[in-house]
Structure formats: structure tokens, C-alpha cells
Design a binder for this molecule. Structure first.
Ligand SMILES: NC(=O)c1ccc[n+]([C@@H]2O[C@H](COP(=O)([O-])OP(=O)(O)OC[C@H]3O[C@@H](n4cnc5c(N)ncnc54)[C@H](OP(=O)(O)O)[C@@H]3O)[C@@H](O)[C@H]2O)c1
Length: 388
């Protein structure tokens, strides 16, 4: 019986994680849950999974949840202190890191410092503070298991060979809903259109990141830290069917790929049960029915965000944190219909161009770069410098 803590239990990854746990009650038990402010869902989750500890982002949400649960209420702690407590909950062996954005960084570090195995969905954690996170994991002997489907795929493909024989990693990208759109069409994209991902059902921020292809850029940085490879050895290939989740090319010309239906329960279950595999966790892949798998080069002229991520990775230091925070700010403005779709990339480029890269020696340095980038992005947006 593995005991699990979940950061971000009310989100898309959090809900899928609970559905895996629910299906295998003899294998997993939930000990702690943390969410933002969706207490309607959190209340249901607490009643169903009976964790000993719960956290909410805000104090009033914690009070309201406690009132609703009455005598059934577990310990409920609000804010950053609550997130850290859930991350490091007594008895938990695995902490699922599935809060969206930089808000997940401090709790994930708390889980690492408490020696928990990390099932990492939150890619922004590694983009913002990859070097610190990886060195903390090494120092504490903590295992970081990828939940992102591409990184889970690569993790599995790496079992087929030795690290010194890797020629390159190839991250596949669906291309998002605007893969074939012209520049003019991209100018007119609405929020509703951008939120309609062709293959995956995910949270709002990652769905927009998939439409701009920034998701792939963030994943390149995530892969760099997870697998210890330089940017030249990480490639991106557009694969609209999302069946090949990623691949590893070895020095002898062999390419090892991992395939499956696009369903996050697969990589989540693999991270929870590793090295074991759970029976029938995601729908079987029927390749004859899928019929055709196609691949094409990404077009960085129409979708420049992944190229910016490569630039940030090469610049190092605070630049990836700046890229991620500028993106988070721009995406939230796009979702609020204050900027256009193509302005997201312009804001990110503007913030990166205004940034003088600094070393990141501590979490505080990473958070300071993040804070600076959000402020700069707000300035660019409010001054109208984002628009064409
Ligand atoms: N969805 C996917 O298929 C997928 C795939 C690969 C990787 N990922 C990564 O996994 C992470 C989560 O993605 P998602 O799609 O699950 O996002 P989501 O559906 O938007 O869920 C985000 C979760 O984070 C919580 N949250 C937000 N701000 C918070 C804060 N300040 N403090 C505490 N909790 C906070 C939300 O709580 P409330 O809703 O209660 O406010 C929710 O539980 C992202 O980093 C994403 O890139 C997702």
C-alpha cells in the first residue's frame, strides 16, 4: 500500500490521479490533499478519500471547508504553510506535484526536503529552478518521476539503452488547435478556440501553452533537467495524432518510442506504481484503427515560443524563470481577453529582451526573477507595447 499526497488535487492532473487511486484501492491510499480555492470539489474529495490533512490556497476557503465538513473535517491549513505541510505529510511516500505554475515550486521543494518521492506534473518547477531542484533531489537521494506524458515516455525509452549512447531525445508535440492556421488566422484566434485542444483535456493554462507551443518549450527545459542533456540533444517533432508520446534516438541509429492513447492516467499510474505497471489503466491502443501516424517539423516562424525557450535554456541562470513567469502572466491576460493570442509571444520576447541574466543560487533568487518578469510583463501589457 503506497501512501500518496497530492498538491493540486482539484486540477486536471489531480482529478486523474484520484481516479487512478480509486481504481486501485489495495495499492494506494491518500494521506493529504492540497488545492487552490475550488472547495466544492475539494469537499467531495475529502469525503471520498478521507485524507488526514488538507490545504487550501486562501484562509477563507479553509474556514468554509471546515464548516462544511463539520465533525468529519481533517486538519485544514491555509496558504503556503498548508501547501508545505501537505507536500511533506507524515506517512506519505509519494507527493504528486500538480499545482499549476510557479505556485508549485515552494511546496515541491518542501516535499523533496522531506525525502518524498516526487511524481512531477508541474513542469514550471523545473523551468524556474531546475538546477536547485535537481541538486536538492541528488543531495537527499530523492527520486523525481515524470508525469508529463512526453517525459514519462522518454523515461521509459531510456530503459532500452545506456545514457552515454543517447544521440538525442525527440519530444513530440500535437501542434495544438492552430497547427495549420495562417498568420492572419492566428491574429483572430479567440479564447474559446484556443481552449479546444484536439487530443488532450487539460487545465486552462497548459491548454493555451499547447496552442502557442510554449508547452513544448517548457518541456524542452524540463527534459534538460530531468535527463541531463544539453539543448542540442533535445529535438521537437510535431505529431498531430499524439500516439507516439516521445522517442530516444541512440548512437547506432535505433529510435525507441513509447506509444499509447492520449490519456494522462497512463503516465500518472506509471509514476505512482513505478517500476510496476498497473493492469488496464488506460484504454488499449489499436494501431490498425488509428491507421496513420504523421510527423512534421515545427514552424517556429508562426509559433516562436519554443525557440524562445531554447534561447532561455542556452542563456541559463534566471532566464528560464523569466520566460516561464512572463508566459504565465501573458496567458492569464489572454484568458481574460486583454491581449490577443499572438501577443503572448510578443510579451515573452519583450520581457526576455529586457532581462539581464543573473545566477540563481537559491529559491529566493528564482522567485525574485519570477517576480521581476511578472512586473515587466504587466508593464509591457498595460503600456500597449505587446500589440502589433
Ligand atoms: N493537465 C494535463 O494533462 C497535464 C499534462 C502534463 C503536465 N501538466 C502540468 O501539471 C500542472 C497542473 O496542470 P493541470 O492541467 O492539472 O492544471 P489545472 O487543471 O489548472 O489545476 C491546477 C491545480 O492547481 C491548484 N492551484 C492553482 N493555484 C494554486 C495556488 N496558488 N496554491 C495552491 N493550489 C493552486 C488548482 O486549485 P483550484 O482549482 O482548487 O483553485 C488546481 O488544483 C501544470 O504545471 C501542467 O503544466 C498537466
Amino acid at each position: 500500500m503506497k501512501r500518496i499526497s497530492i498538491l493540486g488535487s482539484t486540477g486536471s492532473i489531480g482529478r486523474s490521479t484520484l481516479s487512478v487511486i480509486e481504481r486501485f484501492p489495495d495499492k494506494f491510499r491518500v494521506v493529504a490533499l492540497a488545492a487552490g480555492n475550488n472547495i466544492d470539489l475539494l469537499e467531495k474529495q475529502v469525503r471520498a478519500f478521507k485524507p488526514q490533512l488538507v490545504a487550501t490556497a486562501a484562509e477563507d476557503a479553509a474556514k468554509a471547508l471546515s464548516l462544511r465538513l463539520g465533525a468529519d473535517a481533517p486538519d485544514i491549513i491555509p496558504g503556503v504553510r498548508g501547501m508545505a505541510a501537505v507536500a511533506a505529510a507524515d506517512g506519505a511516500e509519494v507527493t504528486v506535484s500538480a499545482i499549476v505554475g510557479t505556485a508549485g515550486l515552494v511546496p515541491t521543494m518542501a516535499a523533496i526536503r522531506a525525502g518524498k518521492t516526487i511524481a512531477l506534473a508541474n513542469k514550471e518547477v523545473l523551468v524556474t529552478a531546475g538546477e536547485l531542484v535537481i541538486s536538492e533531489c541528488r543531495a537527499r537521494g530523492v527520486q523525481l518521476l515524470p508525469v508529463d506524458s512526453e517525459h514519462s515516455a522518454i523515461f521509459q525509452c531510456l530503459l532500452a539503452g545506456m545514457n552515454r549512447d543517447i544521440k538525442r531525445l525527440v519530444l513530440t508535440a500535437s501542434g495544438g488547435p492552430f497547427r495549420s492556421a495562417s498568420r492572419n488566422e492566428l491574429n483572430a484566434v479567440t479564447v474559446a478556440q484556443a481552449l479546444k485542444h484536439p487530443n488532450w483535456n487539460m487545465g486552462r493554462k497548459i491548454t493555451i501553452d499547447s496552442a502557442t507551443l510554449m508547452n513544448k518549450g517548457l518541456e524542452v527545459i524540463e527534459a534538460h533537467w530531468l535527463f541531463g542533456l544539453p539543448p542540442e540533444k533535445i529535438g521537437v517533432l510535431v505529431h498531430p495524432q499524439s500516439i507516439v508520446h516521445s522517442m530516444v534516438e541512440y548512437c547506432d541509429g535505433a529510435v525507441v518510442a513509447q506509444l499509447g492513447m492520449p490519456d494522462m492516467r497512463g503516465p500518472i499510474a506509471y509514476a505512482l506504481s513505478y517500476p510496476e505497471r498497473l493492469d488496464g489503466v488506460s484504454p488499449a491502443l489499436d494501431l490498425a484503427r488509428v491507421g496513420t501516424l504523421t510527423f512534421e517539423e515545427p514552424d517556429y516562424d508562426r509559433f516562436p515560443c519554443p525557440a524562445y525557450a531554447f534561447d532561455a535554456l542556452k542563456a541559463g541562470g534566471s532566464m528560464p524563470a523569466v520566460l516561464s513567469a512572463a508566459n504565465e502572466t501573458a496567458v492569464s491576460h489572454f484568458l481574460a481577453e486583454r491581449i490577443a493570442f499572438r501577443d503572448i509571444a510578443r510579451v515573452i520576447r519583450g520581457v526576455m529582451d529586457a532581462h539581464a541574466t543573473r545566477p540563481v543560487a537559491s529559491i529566493e533568487d528564482a522567485l525574485e526573477a519570477d517576480r521581476w518578469a511578472r512586473e515587466e510583463a504587466e508593464n509591457i501589457i498595460t503600456s500597449g507595447r505587446a500589440g502589433t
